[in-house]
Design a protein around this ligand. Structure first.
Ligand code: FE
Ligand code: FE
Ligand code: ZN
Length: 290
C-alpha cells in the first residue's frame, strides 16, 4: 500500500491530534512533524489528553502509528564540537518526547563539520549517536544531504561510515531525500541504480523513510532548495517512479515541498501523485484553495 503524507504542523494547543487531523485533511495516510518549531529548540510539554485522542483516531483511521516520522530541528549539529553538548542533551530530550508520543522514528540531519573536516565530524556524529541511543527505543534516521556548505551525509559512503561506528545498529536507519540526492549529484533517472548502490554500501534494510521533493536547482548543485512536485529539475515522471518503486513500497513517502503563496500544496500534490498524472494547473488551484 502506498504510504504518502507530508510535513504537517504541530503546536502545543492541538498537539498530535492537530497534526493528525491536518494530515487526514490532505488525504494522507502518514505524516511527519516537528515537536515544535523546525528552526529552534523551544519545546512545550505534551498534552496527554490530546495524545490519547490522537492515538484513538489513528486506530479508527487505520493510520500505521509506527510509520509516522518526527523530524529533529535542523539547528542540531552533532558534527562540530562547538554546540555538541547542547545537541546531545536536546536529542536526549527529543527522543523522550518521541517515546511519550509513541513515535518510532526521528529524522536527523547528520550535521555540518564547519571546518573540522569530514573524518572528525563523522566520529563526533557517531559518538553523539552512541550517547543518545543508550537509553531509548526510538530509531534515529540519518538524512541524506545535498552537500550544502560543509554538510555531512552528502553520499552513501559518509552515511555508511557513521553507521559503522554506531553500537546499537537496530536503532539507526536512513531517510533519503530526493531533492538532496539530486543536488548531491545522484542522477534520479537511474533510481534503480541508486537503490542498488545504497544496498551495496549501506544496506537497503536501513532505509526507513523517503522525503519526496522536486528541486529548484540542477543535479550536483549542492543547494538544497525544495520545489513543488513536477516544477523542478527532477520532474514528475521520475518522482512517480520513485514513489511507486516496488523495492521501497512499504516505506513512508513524505512531501516537504514549499507552500504556494502561503497555501499548503499537500492535498493537491497527494491527489496528483495518487492519480499518477501531472496537473499543469496545480499551482493556481492551490492558490485558489480549490
Ligand atoms: Fe530534513
Ligand atoms: Fe528532507
Ligand atoms: Zn532539503
Amino acid at each position: 500500500m502506498l504510504l504518502i503524507g507530508s510535513h504537517v504542523s504541530y503546536n502545543a494547543k492541538t498537539g498530535l491530534l492537530g497534526s493528525l487531523e491536518e494530515a487526514l485533511n490532505y488525504g494522507a495516510n502518514t505524516f511527519m512533524f516537528y515537536t515544535g518549531a523546525p528552526q529552534n529548540t523551544a519545546r512545550s510539554p505534551i498534552n496527554d489528553q490530546l495524545l490519547e485522542k490522537a492515538l484513538e483516531k489513528m486506530t479508527e483511521e487505520k493510520i500505521q502509528k509506527n510509520k509516522i516520522i518526527v523530524h529533529a530541528p535542523y539547528i542540531i549539529n552533532l558534527a562540530n564540537t562547538e554546540k555538541y553538548e547542547f545537541a546531545v542533551n536536546f536529542l536526549k530530550e527529543e527522543l523522550k518526547r518521541c517515546e511519550k508520543l509513541q513515535m518510532s522514528y526521528l529524522v536527523l540531519h547528520p550535521g555540518s563539520h564547519v571546518g573540522l573536516g569530514v573524518d572528525k565530524a563523522i566520529n563526533n556524529i557517531a559518538s553523539g549517536l552512541n550517547e543518545v541511543l543508550k537509553d531509548t527505543t526510538v530509531t534515529i534516521l540519518l538524512e541524506t544531504m545535498a552537500g550544502k556548505g560543509t554538510e555531512i551525509g552528502r553520499n552513501f559512503q559518509e552515511i555508511k561510515q557513521i553507521i559503522e561506528q554506531v553500537e546499537k545498529k537496530e536503532l539507526i536507519g536512513v531517510c533519503m531525500d530526493t531533492c538532496h540526492l539530486n543536488d548531491a549529484g545522484y542522477d534520479l533517472t537511474e533510481f534503480d541504480q541508486i537503490l542498488t548502490e545504497f544496498d551495496q554500501i549501506v544496506g537497503l534494510n536501513y532505509l526507513k523513510c523517503i522525503h519526496i521533493n522536486d528541486s529548484k536547482n540542477p543535479m550536483s548543485s549542492h543547494k538544497d532548495r525544495h520545489e513543488n512536485i513536477g516544477f523542478g529539475s527532477i520532474g514528475f515522471e521520475k518522482l512517480i517512479k520513485i514513489i511507486f518503486h516496488d523495492k521501497i513500497k512499504d516505506i513512508p513517502k513524505i512531501l516537504e515541498t514549499p507552500y504556494v503563496e502561503g497555501y499548503p500544496p499537500y492535498k493537491k500534490e497527494i491527489e496528483m501523485i495518487k492519480n499518477k498524472t501531472f496537473n499543469q494547473k496545480i499551482l493556481e488551484q492551490i492558490k485558489e484553495n480549490l
